[in-house]
Design a protein around this ligand. Structure first.
Ligand code: PLP
Length: 451
């Protein structure tokens, strides 16, 4: 392996990082991770920490899942690639679709369309939503509604339904006909409402109002994350997603659950939709479907839609969409092994227990540090603390203090993610009690350094 200085210099010279300023890499070199075991990662200087980011919300089973590695290696020997475009398929993807059909049956989802990742899954769902309405003779339903603070990847469609200006402004004009309603974010919202149940009702009313304003017959779908993730881990009140479902059904609007983060156990339930007792019309998945061992995703589709597509005799239902790597056999083999391990280990149970431990730990840290304005989580292993320079005005903490926090936490044993004023925790779901405690004590050290 090349030495640390060589790697840092060439990282800055030779590559651009997602979600980073290209001119910033030399002054602020990223951690160069060179190996990982269990839930721990080691950098080029030999420093080992608990990965409280879980790769990027995706390495739910940790980095040493032997059955997944074996499945990938075995599949590479037998069939490293074959396409699923019309006319061919492969044995692995068929088996995977069947296992996913069983897994997602309680969500009412019975067909899979495979992709190479989360952004692809979102793009697929948006396109299938429009096509569904066209097949049914409602070609005017082309618009999409979504939540402010929502994150739906970076393709043009996904960016258009994203609800965060950082991912939009420099790329406008985006897709026309995408409109956003306020998120059920109790710490800051236009209604000045701190009670989550009442806030949910305000947001649902905003959805009704927007539908009336746009005209229900112009709207194809509403897309939402069951728990907003990248926007700062914002779990809604339990009435919110069921309320959205009811409104969508009433107006003939499809509900797309973007579960790129939440599917496969992260919320402490098998899916985020199930967590809230909702059956969406489509569900976007990626990330933990292969735990980061292979780029892969799937959109799961409900009977209500599959019947319309499969019974079409006009030809309109022919799918003019797909990716070279849709149903990649190595990805499918990896996903089959991940699903088996996810079920065998009953990961939601541990996610719920460790999630509670971390949430309680964060609330205790909030008592200790004025810097913590808000603590969010309590639904499995996705948590955030929002840092403020003043609790009364809720002015966001500056970049220097979040930077100090991240650096000190890293030195003290945990990689945490900084996103604006939020510190986000999304560790592997196989985290032990002791490893969760390490994350909390490292964060404690980080907060002490940041203040
Ligand atoms: N949707 C959600 C909810 C996500 O959190 C992400 C990524 O974090 C995406 C979509 C995009 O996924 P990908 O980065 O795999 O394209």
């Amino acid at each position: 392996m090349k030495d640390s200085n060589f790697l840092k210099e060439h990282n800055a010279k030779s590559l651009w990082h997602p979600m980073a300023h290209p001119g910033d890499s030399l002054a602020n070199p990223p951690a160069i991770i060179t190996s990982a075991q269990g839930v721990k990662i080691t950098d080029v200087d030999g420093h080992e920490v608990v990965d409280a980011v879980g790769g990027l919300w995706n390495v739910n089973l940790g980095f040493s899942c032997q059955p997944v590695k074996d499945a990938i290696a075995a599949q590479l020997d037998v069939l490293p690639y074959y396409s699923t475009f019309r006319g061919t398929t492969n044995d692995q993807v068929i088996q995977l679709a069947e296992e996913l059909r069983k897994f997602f049956a309680p969500d009412g989802l019975t067909r899979a369309f495979f992709t190479s990742g989360g952004s692809d899954s979102v793009e697929t769902a948006l396109r299938l939503a429009r096509q569904y309405h066209k097949i049914r003779g409602e070609a005017g339903r082309t618009k999409f509604l979504s939540l402010k603070k929502g994150y739906h990847g970076t393709h043009m469609g996904g960016a258009s339904v994203n609800g965060n200006a950082n991912f939009r402004t420099q790329y406008e004009p985006l897709l026309p006909g995408c409109h956003h309603i306020p998120a059920p974010y109790a710490y800051r919202n236009p209604f000045n409402e701190t009670d989550p149940a009442r806030l949910a009702q305000f947001c649902l009313q905003a959805l009704e109002d927007e539908i009336a304003f746009q005209g229900a017959g112009t709207i194809a779908a509403f897309i939402m994350e069951p728990v907003l993730g990248a926007g700062g881990v914002i779990p809604p009140h339990s009435s919110f997603m069921p309320g959205v479902r009811e409104i969508c059904t009433k107006h003939g609007i499809l509900l797309i659950a973007d579960e790129v983060i939440t599917a496969f156990g992260r919320t402490g339930s098998w899916t985020g939709s199930r967590h809230w007792g909702v059956q969406p019309d489509m569900m976007c998945t990626a990330k933990a479907i292969t735990n980061g061992y292979f780029p892969f995703g799937a959109v799961m589709i409900a009977d209500r839609m599959t019947e319309v597509f499969e019974k079409d005799t006009t030809g309109k239902a022919a799918i003019g969409h797909g990716y070279t790597y849709s149903g990649h056999p190595v990805g499918a083999a990896a996903a089959l092994a991940c699903l088996e391990e996810t079920l065998r280990l009953n990961v939601p149970e541990n996610a719920a227990a460790r999630g509670t431990q971390i949430h309680e730990g964060l609330l205790a840290l909030q008592q200790k540090y004025e810097l913590i304005g808000d603590v969010r989580g309590g639904h499995g292993l996705m948590s955030a603390v929002e840092l403020v320079s003043d609790r009364t005005t809720k002015a966001a903490a500056d970049k220097a203090s979040t930077g100090r926090l991240q650096e000190a936490a890293y030195k003290a044993g945990a990689m945490v993610r900084v996103s604006g004023p939020n510190i986000i925790l999304s560790p592997p779901l196989v985290l032990s009690e002791a490893e969760a405690a390490t994350i909390l004590s490292a964060l404690d050290a980080g907060l002490a350094a940041a203040g």
